[in-house]
Design a protein around this ligand. Structure first.
Ligand code: UD1
Length: 337
């Protein structure tokens, strides 16, 4: 079976994809610098996977370290997760975002080229679509980033398009994620943000477990059914399995692809809160506050192409997303620490 290098392997999506790839029979080499993750993930992956994970501690911006990794392992493809992802922070620290997200992508591709590896799955985001011209977003919707983080994803996509055009041996899957939530069914790995969570679900789970007093709902006057923001939440294990499907497509069809990974339906903040209360049996106190600057009212995916091209579709519903997020948070109230 092919060996896959996962950059950002200890992160939220990386760790879940690691398990999904192993279940599908792939060999995995994980790489992470722990700049936004915990080494304890590796113990949990060992426990869940039944073997010691093959792991390299390095930054994707370190060319010499990457050369070492490619020399020690016979890599067939790279799934490139390693990146920073906080919108507010990206505005305050643009250089660190460009260095890590764009610079790290370039150095990873250079190392791949030096070692003859030309197959990559790239973590992009629905944020590259910008203000909706129409909904749902399909893959031909115009692109327009709204902040520094979004630009790092847009530039990353473009760099890989230029690379593929320069050498057709490169095969790339551009995966545009919608809003991943949930955790592995075991409750042993999950999302563990540092500091105050920026995203909705980890904030909700921290309220449920008593780490935060109440949820602030950012805006109650949007033009949506209940006035709160609407997003396409998908279970992180479905997302992980989407990577397996994309990788198989690249390796078997030898064809690049740009694909949305979402469920195809939208859920409001208050609908998510209600579903979480049902799944956890805990009340989630909330207050409706001002809109968060830069937030879009509503967006969700057209998930048709993923089904037709990759044979993938999300299988886990909102109740499962909430139940699994809660299992993880309630059994690990302070995350991995
Ligand atoms: C955010 C980023 C996006 C990034 C994604 C993944 C912004 C503007 N967008 O997406 O670029 O790709 O995270 O990291 O930051 N909400 C609350 N209270 C909270 C948190 C969120 O009401 O405490 C609401 C938001 O207003 C939104 C929804 O919940 O309507 C989802 O928010 P969030 O989880 O932050 O995801 P996005 O904003 O979609």
């Amino acid at each position: 079976m092919p060996t896959v290098l996962l950059t950002g392997a200890a992160g939220y999506i990386g760790s879940h994809t690691w398990l999904a790839l192993q279940s599908a029979g792939f060999e995995v080499v994980g790489l992470d610098d722990f700049s936004n993750s915990s080494a304890r993930v590796l113990d949990r992956l060992k426990e869940l996977g039944g073997r010691t994970p093959v792991f390299e501690r390095a930054s994707v911006t370190d060319a010499a370290a990457l050369d070492g990794v490619f020399s020690r392992h016979r890599i067939d493809a790279v799934v490139h997760f390693a990146a920073f992802k906080a919108v507010g922070e990206s505005t305050a620290q643009p250089l660190s975002y460009y260095a890590n997200n764009v610079g790290g992508l370039v150095s990873t591709c250079e190392a791949m080229r030096r070692h003859g590896v030309k197959t990559m799955v790239f973590s992009s985001s629905a944020t590259v679509y910008g203000e909706p011209k129409y909904l749902p977003y399909d893959e031909v919707h115009p692109l327009a980033a709204m902040n520094v983080y979004g630009r790092t994803k847009l530039f990353g996509e473009q760099i890989l398009r230029d690379l593929e055009a320069s050498d057709p041996a490169w095969k790339v899957a551009w995966l545009r994620y919608f809003n991943p939530v949930g955790a592995h069914e075991s409750g042993r790995i999950g999302e563990d943000p540092r500091g105050t969570p920026n995203n909705l679900m980890p904030y909700v789970t921290q309220v449920a477990v008593g780490r935060r007093e109440f949820l602030q709902v950012f805006g109650g006057d949007y033009d949506t059914p209940d006035g709160t923001g609407v997003r396409d939440y998908l279970h992180v294990m479905d997302l992980a399995e989407g990577h397996v499907a994309a990788l198989r497509h690249l390796l078997e069809q030898r064809a690049s692809a740009t694909v949305n990974l979402g469920t195809g339906s939208g859920t409001s903040v208050l609908q998510l809160v209600a579903a979480f209360e049902r799944a956890s049996g805990r009340p989630i106190p909330y207050r409706i506050v001002e809109r968060r600057p830069g937030d879009l009212p509503a967006f969700w995916a057209d998930a048709t192409l993923a089904r037709e091209l990759l044979g993938w579709q999300a299988r886990r519903d909102l109740a499962a997303m909430c139940a699994d997020s809660w299992r993880w948070q309630s059994r690990n109230p302070t995350g991995y620490d």
